[in-house]
Design a protein around this ligand. Structure first.
Ligand code: NAD
Length: 391
């Protein structure tokens, strides 16, 4: 089986799906690796390093002509999709719940679409494949560094001949994978750190990192299914925003990471709250998105300074800003998934397997993932190549 690594095409994307180390680990399973010329350049992985590790360096045209499986980080470009052949497979973070049209297009072309973001993450045998966690981990680390970079004072307590600097007070809102890494990193930089989450289970995790857990009296547990948070009601949301406001105003730096699967990120920091913060404060919004983020006034990829001197950084694909660390981790995740899917040197699609049921989105000309199929408009007559949701 030929598995091919393509050069990522999204603006600013510097990650690569496989690093050279992976090549020797895939070969015993009958997997030969093709690498598009320059695929690793953004992560400082030269073609020659891939070639030395046993990969064939080829053109994109040869990949689309000969590869059985195409490995990507994010969704393939429209141009790449038009090159895909029936029977080829694409494995990457395809975000099918956000972009179900991509799944429908791939299904219609007879391409098998496999997305790491559908992985059942709590399954212990799936943990080596958990790209959402590995990339959130990188993003949380970088968010703390971005915050420190924007902040005009030190994070640690410093006692020098020129005076004493008090440590920065950092608050991290949302204590999932990214939030916990942001807490750990800010602590390692010497800040005094607090964390908050709507899931009560987060309390012990925040405290185990040496941070203080902020408890709100106005919002009780909002633990949802599968370890995720549920969406708050409008009343809970308002109460949360109001109670958080006082905590936020007492901090120098706020990093927000709150997400609810399949929903737009919850708004935690309102305009009034930003106005209550002291000049020189910094907010890094990891939830920033085109639909809105955790912070009023944040935009992905933009840094704005408000009239009262608060810097708001809208994070945008932080893992791509640490391409080597992010690619190393992603490469291990996608290799583990590829090996899981491979039998006798070929992909063996079997959605009765719990892992495959989560990640296989399209196969044999149909969308086979029920949740994704339910998001795709159904034709009035048959023949679209899209399976409808089951009755
Ligand atoms: P996520 O990216 O979906 O969300 C980030 C955090 O935001 C979550 O902790 C969530 O509770 C929090 N949040 C949502 N709405 C909020 C609100 N209104 N106010 C404050 N916080 C809010 O989460 P994630 O990082 O993907 O992790 C989700 C869960 O999955 C966690 O419990 C994590 O420990 C768990 N997980 C388990 C495994 C495993 O078992 N191997 C692997 C990965 C993640």
């Amino acid at each position: 089986m030929k598995a091919a690594v393509v050069k990522e095409t999204s603006p600013g994307e510097r990650r690569v799906a496989l690093v050279p180390d992976a090549i020797a680990k895939l070969r015993p399973a009958g997997i030969d690796v093709l690498v598009e010329t320059g695929a690793g350049d953004g992560a400082w992985l030269a073609d020659s390093v891939y070639a030395d590790a046993g990969a064939s360096i080829v053109s994109a045209a040869e990949i689309y002509r000969t590869a059985d499986v195409i490995l990507t980080v994010t969704r393939p470009s429209a141009a790449a999709i038009s090159e895909l052949r029936e029977g080829q497979a694409v494995i990457g973070m395809l975000a099918p719940l956000v972009d179900p049209e991509l799944a429908a297009t791939l299904a219609a072309r007879g391409v098998t679409a496999i997305s790491l973001d559908g992985l059942p993450r709590t399954l212990s045998r799936a943990q080596a494949m958990d790209a959402l966690s590995s990339q959130s981990n990188v993003a949380g680390y970088k968010a703390a560094l971005v915050a420190a970079g924007e902040f005009g004072r030190f994070f640690p307590l410093l006692i020098t001949a020129a005076g004493t600097a008090r440590p920065a007070k950092v608050l991290v809102l949302g204590a999932g994978v990214a939030g916990l890494q942001a807490i750990g990193t800010a602590r390692r930089l010497g800040a005094v750190v607090s964390g908050y989450d709507v899931r009560p289970a987060a309390k012990s995790e925040v405290e185990s990192l040496g941070a203080t857990f902020v408890e709100l009296t106005s919002v009780s547990s909002a633990a949802g299914e599968g370890g995720y948070a549920r969406e708050l009601t409008a009343g809970e949301r308002q109460a949360q925003q109001e109670e958080l406001s006082g905590h936020i105003a007492r901090h120098d730096v706020v990093i927000t990471t709150a997400q609810v699967p399949g929903r737009r990120p919850p708004l935690l920091v309102t305009e009034d709250t930003v106005k209550a913060m002291a000049p020189g404060s910094v907010i890094v919004d990891m939830g920033a998105s085109a639909l809105g983020g955790n912070v009023t006034g944040s935009h992905p990829g933009q840094t704005v300074v408000t009239g009262n001197g608060v810097t708001i950084v809208g994070a945008d694909n932080l893992p791509a800003t640490m391409p080597t660390a992010a690619s190393n981790a992603y490469s291990r995740n996608i290799s583990a998934l590829l090996l899981h899917l491979t039998r006798d040197g070929a992909l063996a699609i079997d959605t009765s397997d719990e892992i495959q049921a989560g990640v296989v989105i399209a196969h044999d000309g149909k969308i086979v993932h029920e949740a994704v199929a339910s998001l795709v408009p159904q034709p009035t007559q048959g023949g679209s190549g899209v399976d409808g949701p089951s009755d």
